[in-house]
Structures are given as structure tokens and as C-alpha cells.
Write a protein that binds this ligand. Structure first.
Ligand code: GUN
Ligand code: ZN
Length: 437
């Protein structure tokens, strides 16, 4: 563990964070914006945030002020669904989900039986997240428990708040990637004992999707979830029509795809299901009642031709959603680019995703989905000081466009539409800059 700074540090910049979901109509009490703001940090935690003019006179003499005037500080981005072993298959063309898994993904995941390989990929992956301003993610490993040991070791060395899990898959996939119900249960239990709650790390029980797990495996996953109620549950749901049809064949007694997870005790608060495109109204209401979250993955859905999620229908059912990159089905690590595609998907559905709500979903909304609201997501005193310094003029075009932005909303919108990793000036973990940008 790296030591946190001794003296308090105050970061001066424009500051934006959220206290609640702005909803479809941008509720005014849900966000705070300080045009000339200060974020005060000590021992890796937020001490206070507010207007610089108000806070500066009260700072102790020991406080170091770091001036990022003209830039925008927001809480670190939260990516609610991503696969670290798929770094090397990002941008593999030409297939929809089930073929893409067979042709590209499964062969790539095979290599993670080697822990040294896993560690090297995990280090690259985490650096790439940080370069893009993402400080927390919910992460798939592979079927190999050593892939998750390697990931947690890498995340621990960088002092990050991360959630990950070993994939459970015992059928309908290559022989070389299969576990068994019993080995999957035992390996997951071992990882939970070693990592869940250690440093800033948490475990997610991770059945790949209904198709690749037998009834017995899902039953044991549900048993594990009941035995470890603070673990998260992480899977895929209703992404692709061929996948939905196959699931129906495999589980004829279940009312729907979601009902498979529900039946085996895998639907609960802080269950996160990636995609959730092909759900019906009953499913959405059931998700809402359980307090589970849909991780919406727009770049992946467009890339794999999976379909268009329906934010308005989710809102109507009172169902949580958050945003995710889904690398390597997704095509970018950047949450800004991902929000831009989410906006366009919403447009195709006749829904307006406001820039304020978009930033909420990528920060506090993601933290809530992952059950991490007490630790991260905004600048409430005592939270981990994981944050991003955004450059509103990172490229000539952004600089030019932002000169003409009249309101905060317009600025945020242009940042989402035009921004990417070049907009991330600095990423700070526990109050310390980590980017050699
Ligand atoms: N469904 C099951 N496995 C996967 C995966 O690796 N990526 C995506 N996008 N969907 C899946
Ligand atoms: Zn995925």
C-alpha cells in the first residue's frame, strides 16, 4: 500500500458532483456545481467541497493548494461492467454475440490459466482505466481462479477500489474453459475468503450467463450468494435475441431469462446484469423490486448488433440502470465516449438523456449500483478521494466549441460528445495523482 499524503491538499477548479439521480427532468437539488470550487482532501479522504471563496480562508496553513483553475473536477468514473481478459479482443469484427464468443473471446480467455500473463494484462487494463478517468469497475475475470488472484493483486498494488469475480461456466463452451459446479463453488469461496473486504476490494459471484451454467451450477452460485450476503452478483442478461431464444430452450420452466437468475437466488440488491435489452414489463418491475441494476453497454450493443436499450421503459418501471463499457464487446474504455453512444441510443428510442443525468450515471449512479455509495461516487465528507480533472479544451475543436457553450449543461454535453481520454488531465486515487500524463 502506498502511503496517503500527510498534509491536507486542496484542489482548486470547477467542481461538479451529485447528491441524487437528477431523473429525466434534471431535478435541481440532485447536483452541486462550484464554478470556482475547492476540493479539500486529507489522508486520502474528502474533507470538504464548496466555493473556493468560502473555503480558502478556513484552510490550515499546512494545506497545499493545487491550482487546476479552468478545469473541471468530477468524481472518478464507475464502469459497471467490463472484462479485463478481453483487452486483446477489443475491435474484433464481424460477428454477433454467440459467434463472437466462440471465434474471439473464448480462445483469448484460455490464456489466463497462466497467472503471470493474467497479471501483465491486469496491469495494462488498470492503467487504461485510469488513463480514461475510471477509478472503480465491476470486472469479469475468466473461469480460472488465478485470473482473479492476478487481478486483485494488481488492483491492490495500485490501491484501487475494484470488484471482480471468477467466471462460472460448466457447459456450452469449449472444454478447456469449463469448471464444474463444485470446483466453481470452491474456487469462488476461496477468492471471497482471500479478497472480499481486503484493502478496497470486493467480490462478485460471476456466472457468465444462463447458457453456460447447468442448473446445478446456478444452484450452487445461489447458495454461495446466500452464504456471503455482502458479495455482489454479476452476469449478462437479455443481450441478444439468439441468446434469449437458447436460454428459453435450456430453462423451459422459467417465465423469462431474468426468471432463471431469480429462480436460483441470484437476483437481489446489487445484482448487476449487463445489457438488459430484451426484457418485458414484468421483468423490469421484478428488477426494480429486487433493487438490481441494468448495466447499459451502448458501444457493445451497437458493435455486436445486439439492440437498443430502453431508458424510458426502465424509468417507468422504477428500475435502476448504470453505464458500462463492456470492453472487449465494447469498443472504448472511455466513459465519455460511452455516454455519447448512450445518448445516441436513447435518441433512437425517442428519449433524451440529459448531460447531467449522464454524468450522474457514470459517477454516483454507478457507485449506488455497486453498493459503494458510502465509499465513492461523490464528494461527501469522508468518502474516498478518487476523482478526475477534466480538460474542457483538450483538443482545438473542444476548445472552440466550449467557448460557445452558454450553460453548464451545454459544456457537459459538448464534453460528452467530443471528449475521450484526451480530456482526462489527471486521475487521482485517494487524493494522489496517478497519471503520468
Ligand atoms: N455474454 C456472455 N459472455 C459475454 C461476453 O463476454 N461479452 C458479452 N458482451 N456478452 C456475453
Ligand atoms: Zn460483458
Amino acid at each position: 500500500m502506498t502511503a496517503t499524503p500527510e498534509a491536507p491538499t486542496a484542489y482548486r477548479a470547477s467542481i461538479l458532483h451529485f447528491l441524487a439521480d437528477p431523473g429525466a427532468d434534471d431535478a435541481a437539488a440532485s447536483w452541486q456545481y462550484f464554478e470556482d470550487g475547492l476540493l479539500v482532501v486529507e489522508h486520502g479522504k474528502v474533507v470538504s467541497t464548496g466555493d473556493a471563496a468560502t473555503l480558502l480562508p478556513g484552510l490550515s496553513l499546512a494545506t497545499r493548494v493545487i491550482d487546476h483553475s479552468g478545469k473541471l473536477i468530477v468524481p472518478g468514473f464507475v464502469d459497471t461492467h467490463i472484462h479485463y481478459p478481453q483487452v486483446d479482443v477489443i475491435a474484433s469484427p464481424g460477428r454477433q454475440l454467440l459467434d463472437w464468443l466462440e471465434d474471439y473471446t473464448f480462445p483469448a480467455e484460455r490464456r489466463f490459466d497462466d497467472p503471470a500473463y493474467g497479471r501483465a494484462v491486469a496491469d495494462f487494463f488498470l492503467d487504461e482505466l485510469l488513463r480514461n478517468g475510471t477509478t472503480t469497475a465491476l470486472v469479469f475475470g475468466t473461469v480460472h481462479k488465478q485470473s482473479v488472484h492476478a487481478f486483485f493483486e494488481a488492483a491492490s498494488a495500485k490501491n484501487l477500489r475494484m470488484i471482480a469475480g471468477k467466471v462460472l461456466m460448466d457447459r456450452n463452451c469449449p472444454e478447456y474453459l469449463r469448471d464444474t459446479p463444485e470446483s466453481g463453488y470452491a474456487d469462488s469461496a476461496e477468492l471471497i475468503a482471500q479478497w472480499h473486504g481486503r484493502d478496497r476490494l470486493h467480490y462478485a459471484i460471476t456466472p457468465r450467463f444462463a447458457i453456460t451454467s447447468s442448473d446445478r451450477q446456478l444452484e450452487l452460485a445461489g447458495k454461495l450468494a446466500a452464504e456471503h450476503p455482502t458479495t455482489r452478483i454479476h452476469s449478462h442478461l437479455a443481450e441478444n435475441t439468439a441468446e434469449v431464444a437458447w436460454t428459453r430452450e435450456l430453462f423451459p420452466a422459467c417465465r423469462s431469462y431474468l426468471d432463471v437468475y431469480d429462480h436460483f437466488g441470484l437476483l437481489r440488491e446489487h445484482s448487476v446484469f449487463a445489457h438488459c435489452i430484451h426484457l418485458d414489463e414484468t421483468d423490469r418491475r421484478r428488477m426494480a423490486a429486487a433493487g438490481a441494476t441494468a448495466a447499459l453497454c451502448p458501444t457493445s450493443n451497437l458493435f455486436l448488433g445486439s439492440g437498443l436499450f430502453d431508458i424510458a421503459a426502465m424509468d417507468q418501471a422504477g428500475m435502476n440502470f448504470a453505464i458500462a463499457t463492456d470492453v472487449g464487446g465494447g469498443t472504448s474504455f472511455s466513459m465519455l465516449r460511452t455516454l455519447s453512444e448512450a445518448y445516441k441510443v436513447a435518441q433512437l428510442r425517442g428519449h433524451f438523456l440529459s448531460p447531467l443525468r449522464a454524468f450522474y450515471t457514470a459517477t454516483l449512479g454507478g457507485a449506488r449500483a455497486l453498493g459503494l455509495e458510502t465509499n465513492i461516487g461523490n464528494f461527501a465528507p469522508g468518502k474516498d478521494a478518487d476523482f478526475v480533472v477534466l480538460d474542457l479544451a483538450a483538443t482545438p475543436l473542444t476548445a472552440r466549441r466550449l467557448q460557445h457553450a452558454r450553460t453548464l449543461q451545454e459544456k457537459l454535453f459538448a464534453l460528452i460528445m467530443l471528449g475521450d481520454d484526451r480530456a482526462i488531465t489527471q486521475t487521482c486515487i485517494l487524493g494522489r495523482p496517478v497519471l503520468p500524463h
